[in-house]
Design a protein around this ligand. Structure first.
Ligand code: 13P
Ligand code: SF4
Length: 304
């Protein structure tokens, strides 16, 4: 079956099931092409919460589908590849977080959305890479426990007078970007701006002209009068950057910036999920309710 035929079948299945297809900015090009909405973790959570469809086909990784299930419990959330996980999310466990909380009693826990529902349920408030700064500033306490991303946490801490207690988790994909690679590329393209995601390691972030979430990159590159950019995040971001800015050049900072989990979902997987209405991601109520509290508290913070 040709890719075009599969796409057509997906479109008609989406209609038949009253389903909406959400895709993260790192998905394969052909998945982004057929999505109803593409976005970063924050935008997709908001879309999941406000969707009127009965079914959400979540093309992303497991924690994102869990967030959709937490925010929209009456809807069926399909994750076409149940094996699409996030190694960073898996680095923090409920037991580990409880131990850290016990070491710092009364200190609020800020949890990056790249975490399991069970870990969110143990947290005071969630954040994404787009709003981490605002979330930290919204808390009156002078100390913060920040999990699981040590790089995002340390980046946010640079702009805050608070005392941070970090979890030493990281994204294996973003960690692969090295200072040497960025320096070499900047030398080869002195007119280019280097834009990167806060999941990169602190030494790489030091070299950045701008640090932002995936959706922040679309805004920034579109508005900028500069014509060439070195991009320090997962390769999937290039699809829309190039589409929306045909007069600009985007250079991926390293060929190693590919998240294997984000690349798992194929058109065939999406079609099969809609045909069989599986795999479903459903968060049990005893975890969903406290996890929703942490997500809602984040969503109550006004966006720019
Ligand atoms: P965003 O929050 O920018 O979408 O990033 C999610 C993610 O998984 C980055 O690796
Ligand atoms: Fe997780 Fe990194 Fe992949 Fe994002 S890019 S899903 S943080 S492993």
């Amino acid at each position: 079956m040709s890719a075009e035929t599969v796409k057509q079948e997906i479109r008609s299945l989406l209609k038949e099931r009253n389903a909406i297809l959400l895709a993260h900015n790192y998905m394969r090009d052909e998945v982004q092409e057929i999505a109803d909405i593409t976005g970063d973790s924050l935008a997709l959570s908001i879309e999941a919460a406000r969707a009127t469809a009965d079914v959400i086909v979540f093309c992303g990784v497991h924690f994102m589908a869990e967030s959709a299930s937490i925010l929209a419990p009456a809807k069926t959330v399909l994750l076409p590849r149940l094996d699409a996980g996030c190694p960073m999310a898996d680095m923090v466990t409920v037991e580990g977080l409880r131990e850290l909380k016990a070491q710092h009693p009364g200190v609020p826990v800020v949890t990056y959305v790249n975490s399991s529902a069970a870990v969110k349920a143990e947290s005071d408030i969630c954040c994404t890479s787009a709003n981490a700064q605002k979330v930290v500033n919204s808390l009156p306490e002078p100390e913060i426990i920040f999990v699981p991303d040590r790089n995002l946490g340390r980046y946010v801490a640079r702009f805050s007078p608070k005392t941070f207690h970090f979890w030493e988790g990281y994204c294996p994909t973003h960690e692969r970007l090295t200072v040497d690679t960025v320096r070499r590329l900047k030398g080869e393209h002195p007119d280019a701006l280097f834009i990167c995601h806060p999941e990169c390691n602190p030494a790489v972030l030091e070299l950045a002209d701008h640090v932002c979430s995936t959706s922040g990159m679309y805004d920034y590159c579109h508005k900028s009068t500069v014509r060439r950019f070195i991009i320090g995040t997962e390769a999937g971001i290039l699809y829309r950057l190039r589409q929306e800015n045909p007069d600009k050049e985007f250079i991926l900072a390293s060929p190693a910036l590919i998240c294997p989990n984000m690349k798992l979902t194929s058109l065939e997987d999406i079609k099969a999920a809609l045909e069989t209405m599986a795999p479903v991601v459903k968060v049990p109520e005893e975890i969903r309710v406290p996890a929703k509290r942490a997500l809602d508290r984040m969503l109550a913070i006004p966006r720019d």
